[in-house]
Ligand binder design. Sequence first.
Ligand SMILES: Nc1ncnc2c1ncn2[C@@H]1O[C@H](COP(=O)(O)OP(=O)(O)OP(=O)(O)O)[C@@H](O)[C@H]1O
Ligand SMILES: [Mg+2]
Length: 253
Amino acid sequence: MQNIAIQVDDLKKSYKKLDVLKGVNLTVEQGSIFALLGSNGAGKTTLVKILTTLLNQDRGTAIVNGFDVASQPAHVRQSLSLTGQFAAVDEMLTGRENLIMVARLRHLTHPRQVADELLTRFGLTEAANRRASTYSGGMRRRLDIAMSLVGKPQILFLDEPTTGLDPEARIEMWKVVKELADGGMTVFLTTQYLDEAEQLADRIAILHEGKIIASGTLMELKKLFPPAEKKYVEKQPTLEEIFLAIIGKKEEQ
Ligand SMILES: Nc1ncnc2c1ncn2[C@@H]1O[C@H](COP(=O)(O)OP(=O)(O)OP(=O)(O)O)[C@@H](O)[C@H]1O
Ligand SMILES: [Mg+2]
């Protein structure tokens, strides 16, 4: 089982009388991008919190990077990083200061060097010495992800990484995530956007009413549904294509 990054078996979690996770099973391969889809309140954040040791499950097991989240939380924590649904950036600090702070917290030997490398990689060098409060939503998200990469985690959890971003910033974020996975990192992301999962994920799972109701590659999921009816009509551009054309950006795939 060396190539398994995350293994979840019959995971259950309730908040008092509210049964949120009712027996979740999933497997994530190392170096892949796994997308967990679900509507508001489906339990995505709850599952991410359990996998990142922020919350205890009621029943079932979760193995992350070979360690049990319930009995070996410290080991689990060492191998992962979480970019939560709400950014962890300190608005009063500059981008560089935010990164240096995280590098110091993780006891790295060259915090400034680590910060500068990440600033370059995420295109934030010019804004490095400005307070994060002056950053756009997309820049803040990038800084947030850069902060979570300090210390080179093996698994990156991204809880709704593109919610609230404009289409341009979303595509930029997708590019970053793809590059990380190409570099061998396992990425577990949650999203409410079908197109995001379609663009990014090697495997997709749909969480609904406490269980994974479908999972597989995009092709496998498409096979679950009858083939689309063929109609000979002019293809209308999507709103996203129109938006990008107007602002003069081409979608990079
Ligand atoms: N600490 C808590 N106490 C009680 N109920 C909670 C708690 N945290 C979450 N819930 C409830 O559990 C359910 C699942 O919440 P969760 O945040 O995991 O959903 P989600 O899929 O991440 O939703 P969203 O897409 O809105 O982020 C919701 O009904 C929520 O109200
Ligand atoms: Mg959530």
